[in-house]
Design a protein around this ligand. Structure first.
Ligand code: GUN
Length: 285
């Protein structure tokens, strides 16, 4: 019987610990960590994600500043918003929800965020720290960081294992592949141009999938006894599904994350963790 990894429970534990820490920081410093969340446009999924992030801030005791701008916002206006947030002493974390409307250049916006306030961990400086394995001094991207926390909490050893990352996005695939390399796994990165994907996935002791293609990974593509981490989320006929055919794959693996309730809740927990970390680094704590 496969272990069904409970990301909700693990995230709840992390949030509970952070809540205690934030209360202590409030006493010590006289203010609480503060996260600015910028949402441009009215993408329905982004609206839900942003609302969840703000709700979780409240749960943990982190202050949040919501900045909503219309889809017509210009590159210059958005850059001005980021620059102002960089300068505000009482803002510890800045998050610009992605994707941005097509006329905006997201990388140029990310590059402008002060790396010490970049709680998404998307700035090139923080990405560089991911590659170098400098966990302590940087802010790590939340989703891959959440996956690494799952490995840690469930005693899943990476050293010497064959790890396969399906998906090579800047947000998940590239940083997670690097984090697994830093734990001495042998990592293959597959993506939409990979020929014979199955020949790679069948060899995976650890299989991480982040493509956004519903049920891409079928049972015959997975090695017996593997650990499967599903980082995809799609809506199919009104139902939320992952990139893995969970019902069939779970029969042959050692452990698997469900969707929803697997990696998703960990992303938000790690965003809270990063906001508290940014606060502490900025306060010299
Ligand atoms: N869009 C999808 N995932 C993320 C994320 O982790 N951070 C931001 N800012 N936007 C996203």
């Amino acid at each position: 019987m496969a272990t069904i990894i409970d990301g909700r429970a693990l995230a709840a534990t992390i949030k509970k610990e952070l809540k205690v820490e934030v209360a202590a920081l409030r006493e010590k410093v006289g203010r609480v960590p503060t996260l600015a969340v910028v949402l441009v446009g009215d993408d329905p999924a982004s609206q839900i994600y942003v609302r969840n992030k703000e709700k979780t801030c409240e749960e943990v005791g982190i202050a949040s500043i919501g900045i909503r701008k219309p889809a017509s916002t210009s590159q210059e206006e958005l850059e001005e918003i980021v620059k102002n947030l960089n300068e505000q002493e009482d803002v510890d974390g800045i998050l610009v929800q992605l994707p941005l409307p097509r006329h905006l250049n997201a990388q140029r916006i990310i590059n402008l965020i002060n790396p010490s306030k970049d709680v998404d961990g998307f700035h090139p400086v923080n990405m560089g720290k991911v590659v170098l394995g400098l966990f302590d001094e940087g802010l790590m991207p939340c989703t891959p960081y959440g996956v690494m926390k799952i490995f840690e909490a469930y005693g899943i050893e990476l050293q010497g294992k064959n790890a396969v990352m399906v998906g090579h996005s800047n947000i998940v695939g590239k940083p997670l592949a690097n984090m697994m390399i830093n734990k001495n796994a042998t990592v293959s990165v597959c993506h939409v141009y990979t020929r014979d994907l199955k020949s790679y996935t069948l060899n995976a002791d650890i299989l991480c999938v982040a493509t956004g293609v519903p049920h891409l990974i079928k049972a015959d593509m997975v090695k017996e006894g593997a650990v499967v981490i599903d980082i995809g989320i799609s809506r199919v006929n009104g139902k939320i599904v992952g990139d893995v055919d969970f019902d069939n794959v779970k029969e042959k693996v050692q452990a698997i994350t469900p969707v929803p309730g697997g990696v998703g809740p960990m992303t938000i927990a790690m965003l809270m963790y990063n906001t508290v970390k940014a606060f502490k680094l900025r306060e010299g704590l």
